[in-house]
Ligand binder design. Structure first.
Ligand code: NAD
Length: 374
């Protein structure tokens, strides 16, 4: 069994497997091939990989000889010939391919005979937690969102009583208490802020309160109990009532972190331009939902700008600003997933009865196999 680790596209700083994780696989007799400089931005050098037992090989060699290819993002345009010419037939790719947003590419993959596992499609079950890349990366994004906001905010987060006067604590509003939102709450509380939170899933109320934040309830959210833990789209009536409550909270907020997303859909607009205009000069909004449209109508993905004195930071990949730890936990998720599809001796063993194997596979045997994509 040979597993290859590709270098990610130029915009990415992370790598799918660090040198520290290589030995776990080589002990099983698996050969690990790494594209030169794959780990450079994640503080893992070529000699680090070689010392851990991996071999440095060119991208072409990895694509032609590896049985399993690890790459967080889909291979780039320069690899499309390999897909078109069926050179990758029956190879396994493991990464985060966001297939619900890239259906044309997934069709190309299925036509090329690739077996692709997209870890963002794993069911959100207890057994899947150890391989849940969305959680490990969102945790980092939530933490970094607060630090990014604090860095842009020209005032203190904690309360101070000093001889030079008193400072009131920053008021932080968090929209969406999933993995990123909960970590943002914890981080903002550690910095001494007063935190208010909205979410459509009543199930998170207790978790929010246990972190010391206030949960603002809006009655009548759509039932999401059959959506695998995710949120669902809300009625127009609910959205109007929710916006009215958010308007009350946002007028008092100094920092807003937005994380609200609905899988495969455009992110809901929770903040209007009027609400932003009501915010205090110098306030900051960090929109983690920017890649799927953003939670404000003015968010620009991967851009920071001022709107009426408020800094609006659109960034859905803050995990990439911490490439060391982001790659470490991502790699651990991948190792845990590999345990599912490999025997103890390192041989391939795809058990299609396993809900995690089935639930994360998007293309196999020349077909799109995932129910949600079909
Ligand atoms: P997400 O990134 O899809 O969404 C972020 C949050 O935004 C969610 O809490 C969602 O309810 C909220 N949201 C959506 N629309 C909203 C609106 N109109 N107003 C306010 N909030 C809104 O979420 P996530 O972090 O991926 O977590 C989704 C679910 O998966 C959670 O229930 C989480 O507990 C669960 N989960 C399970 C596992 C597991 O068991 N393997 C791992 C991680 C997360």
């Amino acid at each position: 069994m040979t597993i290859g680790v590709l270098k990610e596209p130029a915009h990415e700083t992370r790598v799918s497997l660090l040198a520290e994780a290589v030995a776990t696989l080589t002990k099983k007799g698996i050969t690990i091939l790494v594209e030169p400089d794959a780990g450079e931005k994640a503080f893992c050098s070529n000699p680090d990989y070689e010392k851990s037992g991996a071999q440095l090989k060119s991208r072409n060699e990895i694509l032609s000889t590896a049985d399993i290819v690890l790459c967080i993002h889909q291979p780039d345009e320069s690899d499309s010939d390999s897909f078109r010419d069926n050179k990758l037939k029956s190879k396994i790719f493991i990464g985060v391919y966001q297939p619900l947003f890239h259906i044309d590419r997934i069709k190309q993959w299925s036509a090329s005979g690739v077996t692709a596992f997209s870890l963002d499609m794993l069911p959100r079950t207890t057994r899947a937690q150890a391989m849940d890349v969305l959680s490990s990366q969102a945790n980092i994004a939530g933490y970094k969102a607060v630090l990014t906001a604090a860095n842009s905010y020209g005032r203190y987060f904690p309360m101070f009583m000093t001889a030079a006067g008193s400072i009131a604590p920053a008021k932080v509003l968090i929209l969406g208490a999933g993995v990123a939102g909960l970590q943002a709450i914890a981080t903002a509380k550690r910095l001494g802020a007063v935190v208010e939170v909205f979410d459509t899933r009543p199930a998170v109320k207790e978790e929010v309160m246990s972190l010391g934040a206030k949960f603002v309830e809006v009655e009548g959210a759509a039932d999401a109990s059959k959506a695998g833990g995710y949120a669902v789209e809300q009625s127009e009536d609910f959205m109007q009532r929710q916006k009215a409550k958010i308007a009350e909270s946002i007028a008092k907020a100094d920092i807003v972190i937005t994380t609200a997303q609905i899988p495969g859909k455009k992110a809901p607009i929770l903040i209007t331009e009027e609400m932003i205009k009501a915010m205090r000069n110098g306030s900051v909004i960090v929109d983690l939902a920017s890649a799927s449209g953003g939670n404000t109508p003015v968010t620009k993905n991967n851009e920071t700008f001022k709107y009426n004195g408020v800094s609006i930071i659109g960034n859905s990949s803050l995990q990439s600003t911490m490439p060391g730890d982001a790659s470490k936990v991502y790699g651990k998720n991948v190792l845990n997933f590999l345990q599912l599809i490999l025997t103890k001796e390192g041989q391939l063993n795809l058990n299609w009865e396993d809900d995690l194997v089935k639930g994360s596979c998007i293309t196999h045997n020349g077909e799109i196999v995932h129910e949600r994509l079909k």
